[in-house]
Every structure is written in structure tokens, then in C-alpha cells.
Design a binder for this molecule. Sequence first.
Ligand SMILES: N[C@@H](CCC(=O)N[C@@H](CS)C(=O)NCC(=O)O)C(=O)O
Length: 234
Amino acid sequence: MIRFYFHPTPNPAKVALFLEEARIPYQTVPVDTSKGEQHSSAFRAINPNGKVPAIVDTDGPGGKEARVFDSTAILIYLAEKTSKFLGKPEDRPELLSWLLFIASGLGPFSGQAVHFQSAAPEGLDYAANRYRREAERHYQVLNDHLEGRKYIVGEFYTIADMSAWGWLDRASRVLKGAQDPLASFPNLKRHFQTVDARPAVARARAVGTDHAFKTVRDEEALRALFPSNYPPAA
Ligand SMILES: N[C@@H](CCC(=O)N[C@@H](CS)C(=O)NCC(=O)O)C(=O)O
């Protein structure tokens, strides 16, 4: 059994998609990040970084319980465990390259673009522009790569496609104000639509909908989500 520590945000969404694609049994454990549940000592024992997603596999290597944190690590772990969505062995160098491109580039720059356009105080134009343009640059790199290709790696749908989907789903927030945010990236748009049409996506979108996550951005939420803005008193 997999325990899946979840909040309805892009990085957990990738893992929800994998679990639904692979049809492996799992139990969703809501972590309400706006209430600060990611900072509890019980959750930090599962992810010392205090972020979602994380999983606990009660049947990990050697039959022992294992924790895995960080969406890309979880995707690789589950793909290897199930031998699913890894593509061909000869495409592994490409798979790892694109997974890490998404994990260290497309994802974080998208996240910071959302933060500086929608959460940070007004007037930080330099930061907002930098992250938005870097997100666009990463979109362009992936768009160029997808020319003439259905999927990111080889001929098969892999965890790289799931990983990209998690963040591309938030393109309207990353490129805030754009009517059709992926219109300038036609290969990326086609790729997103291909993945988004999969039946497992609808199931992944339903994960956690039975839980009332906090949506209000009050003082508690701001302190929970952006603790570096509230350094402890010296
Ligand atoms: N590199 C990590 C990033 C995880 C991350 O930033 N998760 C966000 C949700 S998408 C989160 O937990 N935010 C709450 C917080 O930062 O306190 C991953 O890919 O899993």
C-alpha cells in the first residue's frame, strides 16, 4: 500500500496522475499546507523539506516501509517499482534529462512566476519579469523539442510527460493575463492536450476533492506557505 501525502497543487498532481495511470492501490493523506500541516514533526519525518508530495510505501525495498519525497523522485521510484512509464531502456538518458529539466527548470521557474505575479507585494517588476520570462524560455525549449514528436521521450508516454503536465496545467497562472497561454507554443499545447485527454487525468483531478482544503489566504496561510518572510526573532 502507498500512502500519498497530497495537496491539490502541481507537484502532487503529477504523482496523482502516475498512481491513477498505474492503477496501484493507494491511500490519500491530505496535507493542508495553508494550515501549516507540512511543518508538523510527523510530516517532517516523511519529508524533511516540509513540502508535498511525499509517499510512504509500506512494501518498500526488502519488504520494509520506505518514504520517498520530491515529485520527481517519487515518479522515478514508482515507475521503477511497477516497471511502467519508463520508456525504452535506450531512452533512459533522455528520460532522466527531461525529468530533471522539468524538476529544476520548468517547474521551479513556473512556481516563482506564479509567486511574483500573484502572491508577492506589488512593485517587484524585475523579479516578476525574470521568472515569467524564464518560464516562457523553458516552455520554448520543450516546445522546440516536441516538434514532430508526440511524447517527450521516444515514442512512448512516460513519467516525463506526467511531470510536464502537472505544471503546464497551471499555464494560465504562470503566464498571468494571457488569453490562451500556450498559443505561442503549439507543440507544447498539443502535447498538453494529448496528456490532458487521458482518462487517468480525470481521475487524478478528482483526488482530494472529498477533502475541504483551506483556500483563504489569511495570516495563518501566509506564515505557513512563506515562512521565510517571517524569520524568528533574534
Ligand atoms: N521539488 C519539490 C517541490 C515541492 C513543492 O514545492 N510543493 C508545494 C506544492 S506544489 C508545497 O508543498 N507548497 C507548500 C509549502 O511550500 O509550504 C517537488 O517536486 O516535489
